[in-house]
Design a protein around this ligand. Structure first.
Ligand code: NAP
Length: 326
């Protein structure tokens, strides 16, 4: 049995949400409207996706033209790396709220355990990774801010009523232990890359042990990373024989099998798509079940293949070796 909501702190988050990374500014508003019409009640946004104003336009249309009210929706956003200093956290959150046209977020996450030098809103927004794109050698510039300091400011956002729940992304087990030890309000959710090539059993088990919900990003594996040159075409989970066999038995698509696998192992999943048919396909995963044997066979595909690895892309693209996983 898979619930369509899971507990996140005091809230209940729909287990299937729409990922908004790389959805183009010109079309993301209509994608949000289509998603809500297709039954989505959860969107996964971030300042860094550069489309929050357009997402806000979509949310406004939904709230104006349908019976859906704000409380029916679960909106997540994320604190970007350049805003980790406690004095910048509230302004970053308020900017996301303003762009999204909301007066509260359901969940606000630290996007990466990576603090970068502050870039003012008037200089560039979103600031992305490079400190000064006009420099002779443009590169990212780390700023060593203790996570506990950033977290204290995140806790302040809950106290100020700007966000209902707070959590983290891309943390490893060691960072989670430390954060729990130093926090007044423990993180309600961990969002990490997870799919059958990167099952992350220990990390997910630890998060659950700490009563944190877990959201799996990039639940379809390599697909999101092909266009970025960060994955090879042959690393395609959709073509794996155990995935295809389950899809054949259930008369479902491989993508639906992968999303169902993520749900049945107790994580939320947030697939991104720009295509209407796939929006419908991806949420239509609540009326069938994978058998234990299918779950085990799909989990056995694990090869600890991480597509979203700052230890690689920060050096290749931003000139700074900055690993966060061993
Ligand atoms: N916290 C973090 O650091 C972090 C990092 C990465 C992602 N995320 C979040 O997680 C969300 C999901 O991850 P993701 O976007 O990387 O990857 P994903 O959702 O696993 O995969 C998206 C890719 O799969 C394709 N796709 C979607 N549905 C499909 C289907 N039914 N059949 C075949 N192909 C399909 C999409 O293409 P089309 O658009 O053409 O359909 C796109 O290329 C993001 O959008 C973002 O919100 C968070």
């Amino acid at each position: 049995m898979v619930e369509d909501r899971i507990q996140v702190g005091a809230g209940h988050m729909p287990t299937l949400g729409l990922g908004l990374w790389k959805l183009p500014e010109q079309s993301v508003a209509s994608t949000v409207v289509d998603a809500v019409a297709a039954g989505y009640r959860h969107v996964d946004s971030a300042a860094d996706y550069g489309n929050e104003e357009a997402v806000g336009e979509g949310l406004r249309q939904v709230l104006k033209t349908t019976d859906v009210v704000r409380d029916d929706l679960w909106v997540t956003s994320k604190l970007w790396n350049t805003f980790h200093r406690p004095e910048h956290v509230r302004a970053a959150c308020e900017r996301s709220l303003r762009d999204l046209g909301l007066d509260y977020l359901d969940l606000y996450l630290i996007h990466f355990p990576i603090a970068l030098k502050y870039v003012d809103f008037s200089d560039r927004y979103p600031p992305e990774w490079i400190y000064d794109p006009t420099a002779e050698v443009p590169r990212m510039e780390p700023d060593l801010v203790p996570i506990a300091e950033t977290w204290g400011a995140m806790e302040g956002l809950v106290e100020a009523g700007l966000v209902k729940e707070i959590g983290v992304c891309n943390f490893n087990t060691g960072l989670l232990h430390d954060l729990i030890a130093s926090s007044r309000r423990p993180p309600a959710l961990l969002q990490v890359e997870s799919h059958p090539y990167l099952t992350q059993e220990r990390l997910i088990r630890l998060a659950h042990q700490y009563d944190m919900a877990v959201t799996a990003f990039s639940p379809l594996g390599s697909l999101s990373y092909l266009e970025l040159g960060m994955a090879e075409a042959q690393e395609c989970l959709l073509d794996e024989s155990v995935v295809c066999a389950a899809a054949e038995r259930l008369q479902r698509s491989s993508a639906q099998v992968l999303l169902r696998w993520g749900l049945q192992r107790g994580t939320a999943v947030i697939p991104k798509t720009s295509q209407l048919e796939r929006l419908r396909e991806n949420i239509d995963v609540f009326d069938f079940s994978l058998s234990d044997a299918e779950m085990n066979a799909i989990s056995a595909l694990n090869r600890n293949r991480r597509f979203n690895d700052p230890g690689l892309f920060c050096e290749e693209a931003f000139g700074s070796f900055y690993p966060i996983y061993d």
